[in-house]
Every structure is written in structure tokens, then in C-alpha cells.
Design a protein around this ligand. Structure first.
Ligand code: MN
Length: 449
């Protein structure tokens, strides 16, 4: 249950593109990643200029791959996630694992960490899961953070005021640094669990272990009191300083715009462990992978919340155009007119950053934006079916929201057909098919590619 075993699995299916030509960590790899972004293959860069190490990217780049990693169908994904949040399971702690093959003095400059965008502050680690514990050991947390390289032994870590930030504040009050394990190159289930946000106190490694049917194994770090997956590719042991802060950023976030520079704490790296031939994992900020990992847990939360107010939720899509974060398209089966508006309100409550929600009937494919637009064109009346909520808490990642207060305006669109009018008026006309014509089309398609 490692990144490697998963890579073997997808390579057999022909989903890996190996790049043998020389490419630089400075923009070039990010450029290739961007060029193969949506629905793209896993990329393995075998020839990284100035480094011995290979780089893997776009691992969780499609919904299908994430579901393959969890060994489930797309329809099962939300239930599986919700189940794992509810019944986390402690992974076994083992003494040894592949990640301990090499233990060495830290030198971050020897790791092929990417510089992604033109105005980025510099190279950043983007696909790492960070484990930490409260000082009394009762609370554990795993989360994903961007980390800017400062020198051979130091990183600046962006702590959004969530769980790790809280643990860091608890350590700060006790005037001590916070031990962390930074794991890079982990199984997609670990990435997905760490990107989700179960309540404070639930350890995301336990969630990952539930997703992996109790197959996750952890090792204790050598110098810090923190844990890492035993079969991770690379682990940086470090301490988040209680007192040292530096300007962090600017850096591109999920919306593909630059996040502002802020004072953020410094991490001192005290030890490095890795596999002999470790692969460095990279993730393109604002790429499909970033959006899926951040968005999927909220799709599950929206699915659950909306399920409580309408008879059936068919699908949820935090669409790529909405940065996988700000736009939701939800298909439902409604019982009464007005159900869709309750669905909109439930979605906003389940995902506070959500800005625009569109609710459609179950005959609309939420992943096909032409169909969604068609539903808005033919089933939506702005005077009756629009909800606007002003001055509500949203996301500061949205450049148009008030950057100080986070206040924004939200819009919900009920694009379901009104039950008071004849159904036939709203149905898409279909052309009858026959076996013969279906075979013919298949043949013509094959010929045209
Ligand atoms: Mn957490």
C-alpha cells in the first residue's frame, strides 16, 4: 500500500507517461505538468537536470485514478470517505520500513523541489503530508501544507488557521517548538485523507488506514516525536519554531492567482530519511490534482448534507472552472418544487467556501458543462429560481471577496424543471437507435481516430 505499488498498478494500465528528456526543476517540469493537466496521465521525469532523483507528478490527477487507488467505483467514493471519517482505525506502528533505508544529514538543496510559477517566491514542497501531536500526545493531526525552501535546513510553512495551526499554538503557549514529520511520496489514500478535514482530534492517518483496509504502517521518526508511513519515499524530520517567523510567498494557490505574502513560522529540518532510490513527488498548485484533493472531501460533505434535505442526491461536481473549490453542480431527484433551494442552502452550509451552486435534475450530467448550461438555459427563471446571499463568509482565495473580512456574496441557481409544468416540455428529444446504427457509429469513430 505504497505510492510505488500504486504506480506499478497504473503503469500496467498504460496511465504513466515517462519523460526521458532532460528537464529543469525551474519552471520546465511545472510547464510540462500544466500541459498534461486535466485528465492527464501520471508523469515520471526520469532525467531531472542537476539531480539524481526522479520526480513523479499528477498521481491523483483524475477522479478515476483516485477511485482506482481506493479500489472502488466512482459511485462509492463519497460513502467510502464518509465511512472512513466516522470509523478511523489506528495503523500499526512498525520498527522498520523502506523509508529508513537511508538516514542522512539534511540538505534540502539536494532534493529536486520545483519552482512552479513566474512570480513564485522560490522552490516549494507541495505534495507533503505533515504529522504532529499535541504535547500530551492525546491529539494527532495530518495535513497538507506548502513549504518554501529557505536554505539547506529550513523551510517556511504556510499554516492556515486549522488543525496544525492549533497544535502549533498549543506548543507556542508551552514555549516549545512543535515536532513534525513531513512525508513525501505516499499512497493516494494518505494524500486524500490528509487533504480532508475530519474534526480536530481525529488523526488523518487513521482515516487513511480505514480507507486502506488496515494496511497502512507507520514508523516513528528518529529525532522527533512524530510518525510517517513506513513505505513513504522521503521523510523530513523537523520542528516548527515557536518564535521564528519569516515572510512566506507569494505563491500560486488553488484559484491560479497569487496568494499574498504573510509572516509564517520557520521549520528547522533535523533529519532526513528516504528509500535508496527515492522518487520525489510533485503537485502542481491549481492543477487538477490540487483541485481534486481539496475538493473531493467537500463534495462528500455536500453530498451528505444535501441528502438530508432532498429525496436523492445523484452526483456532486466541484467543477474545475470553479477551481474545484468555489462552484458546485449538484444533481438531485426532487419531490417538491423548493427542494432544490433547500439543496442550495445545505450545500453552502456544508462547504463554507462555496460561492456559486447550481442544482440540476438527475438527467443532467454534472461533469458535462454544456449539459449544465443547457439546463440553466431551458429550466431556470432568474425571477423565481435564483438565491442571492449577501455578506456571508466565503473564501479569501476568491480575489473578488473582501480580502480583509472574507465576506462575499453567494448565488444559488435552481435549474431543475418546475414540477407544476408538463414534464415533456423540458425533456431532451432523443433519436431512436438500433444495434446496426450503434455498430456503424462505433466503426466510424474508430476510423476517424
Ligand atoms: Mn485534522
Amino acid at each position: 500500500m505504497s505510492l510505488r505499488s500504486f504506480l506499478e498498478q497504473v503503469e500496467e494500465k498504460g496511465e504513466v507517461l515517462r519523460v526521458k528528456d532532460a528537464v529543469s526543476t525551474n519552471f520546465e517540469i511545472a510547464y510540462v505538468m500544466k500541459s498534461f493537466d486535466e485528465n492527464g496521465p501520471v508523469l515520471i521525469f526520469e532525467n531531472v537536470e542537476d539531480f539524481e532523483t526522479q520526480i513523479v507528478a499528477n498521481v491523483c490527477g483524475t477522479r478515476r485514478r483516485i477511485c482506482e487507488a481506493l479500489n472502488i467505483s466512482q459511485e462509492q467514493l463519497y460513502r467510502r470517505l464518509l465511512e472512513a471519517w466516522r470509523s478511523p482505525k489506528k495503523p500499526k506502528i512498525v520498527d522498520d520500513g523502506p523509508v529508513k533505508e537511508v538516514v542522512e544529514e539534511p540538505d534540502l538543496l539536494k532534493i529536486p523541489i520545483l519552482t512552479h510559477f513566474e512570480k513564485d517566491a522560490g522552490p516549494y514542497i507541495t505534495a507533503a503530508v505533515v504529522h504532529a501531536k499535541s504535547l500530551d500526545g492525546t491529539i494527532e493531526n495530518v495535513s497538507v501544507h506548502r513549504m518554501q525552501v529557505l536554505d539547506e535546513k529550513h523551510l517556511a510553512i504556510r499554516l492556515v488557521p486549522r488543525h496544525l495551526y492549533r497544535l502549533w499554538n498549543m506548543a507556542k503557549e508551552a514555549e516549545t517548538d512543535l515536532d513534525i514529520a513531513i512525508s513525501i511520496g505516499v499512497h493516494p489514500a494518505v494524500m486524500l485523507a490528509a487533504a480532508s478535514s475530519p474534526p480536530f482530534g481525529v488523526c488523518e492517518f487513521d482515516v487513511a488506514n480505514a480507507l486502506l483496509n488496515d494496511q497502512l504502517r507507520l514508523v516513528r521518526c528518529k529525532y522527533v516525536d512524530a510518525y510517517a508511513p513506513a513505505d513513504a519515499e522521503l521523510v523530513l524530520e523537523g520542528r516548527i519554531s515557536a518564535s521564528k517567523e519569516v515572510p512566506e510567498g507569494p505563491f500560486v494557490d488553488i484559484t491560479e492567482t497569487y496568494d499574498v505574502q504573510r509572516k509564517q513560522p520557520v521549520v528547522e529540518i533535523v533529519n532526513v530519511m528516504h528509500r535508496e532510490d527515492y522518487i520525489y513527488q510533485a503537485l502542481l498548485p491549481s492543477g487538477a490534482e490540487h483541485r481534486l484533493l481539496m475538493g473531493l472531501p467537500f463534495e462528500a460533505a455536500i453530498y451528505e448534507a444535501v441528502s438530508k434535505v432532498v429525496p436523492k442526491v445523484c452526483a456532486v461536481n466541484l467543477s474545475m472552472g470553479g477551481s474545484g473549490w468555489l462552484h458546485a453542480i449538484i444533481s438531485i431527484e426532487k419531490q417538491l418544487d423548493g427542494d432544490a433551494k433547500n439543496a442550495i442552502l445545505a450545500a453552502f452550509a456544508a462547504h463554507p467556501s462555496l460561492k456559486h451552486a447550481v442544482v440540476v435534475d438527475s438527467d443532467i450530467n454534472v461533469y458535462d458543462l454544456t449539459e449544465v448550461e443547457w439546463a440553466i438555459a431551458t429550466r431556470f427563471q432568474v425571477s423565481e429560481d435564483l438565491i442571492v446571499i449577501e455578506n456571508v463568509r466565503g473564501s479569501t482565495l476568491d480575489s473578488s471577496a473582501d480580502q480583509e473580512t472574507g465576506l462575499t456574496s453567494k448565488m444559488g441557481i435552481d435549474a431543475t424543471r418546475p414540477l407544476s409544468k408538463p414534464k415533456e416540455k423540458f425533456e431532451r428529444a432523443r433519436i431512436p437507435s438500433s444495434k446496426r446504427v450503434e455498430e456503424l457509429v462505433k466503426k466510424l469513430r474508430n476510423r476517424s481516430v
